[in-house]
Design a protein around this ligand. Structure first.
Ligand code: SAH
Ligand code: SF4
Length: 399
């Protein structure tokens, strides 16, 4: 067992994390510890002559108590704390913007060390609170209904950058240490910006740290990864995380899916469905979530609903119907409520739950697929530019 750490009484307030606040990234080259696992911490601390139990103590300070400075680690000697402070940092991304929706949804636009930005969204609900985490800045893919896909700039986030979204939300919401039963932040969904399975190494590492019972301690049952269908990586997620799996399906024929979810050209429906069938641990209590964005006149007919049922037959499933969230310049409309209802009824009558997702945080552009910092009005020039980006990105992704 590791030493029991004392609770932090001087937990920093949200204001302290605001731009230019005391925790803004230091312009120095200290080593960032957030995102390191136990073995890595032990390895970076060893050259200072620190034994393994010290690494464990520091691990708990970071991930159980949310410490952001060594000063807070009261069971380490003063001299050691000062020494650690000169070599290492325990950072958080800088908050570029923070918005709270009328419905309680909160969105943070986070700036990382190199100035790149990604968004993280907290969605409070009855009895739970879900953090929607980004895995990339932008997305290399180009799903035609998704705002994130129009972003030119793309880079993978590191494990630390992914995990720090969870840590920053804990700072702002629950505080630390917070027993699981008292937390506002209970669930994580990897449904923010980016395709998590184009950044699997970092996502797996970050989620293993989030799941660790000696640390942040969010159960794998409360984590869901959403993918547009990077088939070869799905088995790995099953093996290494075995968290919940959501598939951005959106179309039930290859012909349509090739157009609206272009990664389908690389990994067609048959392969995708097979990978889902093979996902370990599926049962009635543990079902695949099929995400299906309702696009008027495109994928929302009764025939589409019936084809959807045939496609997923035999797989423990729930179907999440997402009203399309329009963004400036988007080429679709959302299906009419009556159409959505008819579609949902067909699925419901076949014995599946088919909740229609209530769009959350619309007033702060925090709803699905809208995560992009600017909410500009898009004119023809911008639309042409977006089309050029789309073609360029498809060529780069080999689609
Ligand atoms: N890249 C991953 C995860 C991020 S997208 C994926 O595609 O699964 C999270 C969900 O929002 C996906 O199901 C995505 O298809 C959906 N989405 C994207 N744009 C949307 C929009 N404009 N309206 C509604 N849902 C959208
Ligand atoms: Fe990327 Fe997902 Fe948006 Fe498609 S829906 S462009 S995979 S973020």
């Amino acid at each position: 067992m590791t030493t029991q750490a004392a609770p932090i009484t001087n937990a920093p307030t949200l204001e302290e994390f605001l731009p230019g606040g005391p925790l803004a990234p230091a312009a120095d080259n200290r080593i960032e510890l957030v995102g390191m696992d136990k073995a890595e911490l032990a390895a970076v601390l060893a050259p200072l002559g620190l034994p393994a139990f010290r690494a464990k103590q520091i691990y708990r300070w970071m991930y159980v108590n949310g410490a952001t400075s060594f000063e807070q680690m009261t069971d380490l000697g003063k001299e050691l704390r000062a020494k650690l402070e000169t070599h290492f940092r325990i950072g958080r991304p800088r908050i570029s913007a923070h918005q709270v929706s009328e419905d309680g949804t909160q969105k943070w636009l986070l700036a990382y060390g190199d100035g790149n930005e990604a968004e993280t969204v907290f969605i409070p609900d009855e009895g739970r609170g879900t953090l929607c985490v980004s895995s990339q800045v932008g997305c290399t893919l180009t799903c035609t209904f998704c705002h994130t896909g129009t972003q030119r700039l793309v880079r993978n986030l590191t494990a630390g950058e992914i995990l720090s979204q969870v840590m920053l939300a804990r700072d702002a919401l629950d505080g630390w240490p917070s027993p699981a039963a008292d937390r506002d932040l209970t669930n994580i969904v990897l449904m923010g910006m980016g395709e998590p399975l184009y950044n699997t190494d970092a996502v797996v590492k970050a989620m293993k740290l989030a799941m660790d019972g000696d640390g942040i301690s969010i159960s794998r049952r409360r984590i869901t990864l959403s993918t547009s269908g990077v088939v070869p990586e799905i088995a790995r997620i099953g093996r290494e995380l075995n968290c919940g799996l959501a598939i951005s399906l959106h179309a039930v024929t290859d012909e349509l899916r090739n157009k609206i979810v272009p990664i389908n050209r690389k990994y067609p429906l048959e392969q995708l469905i097979q990978a889902c069938r093979n996902y370990p641990g599926l049962s009635n209590a543990r079902r695949i979530t099929w995400e299906y964005v309702m696009l008027k006149g495109v994928n929302d007919s009764d025939a589409d609903a019936r084809a959807l049922l045939r496609l997923i037959e035999g797989i423990p499933s729930k179907i999440n119907l997402i009203p399309f969230n329009p963004w400036p310049g988007s080429p679709y409309e959302c299906s009419d409520p009556k159409r959505i209802e008819a579609f949902a009824n067909i699925i419901w009558n076949a014995g599946y739950s088919s909740p229609v997702r209530t769009p959350r945080g619309r007033d702060i552009l925090a709803a699905c697929g809208q995560l992009k910092s600017a909410s500009e009005r898009i004119g023809k020039r911008e639309r042409d530019r977006m089309e050029a980006v789309r073609l360029e990105k498809e060529a780069a992704a080999g689609l």
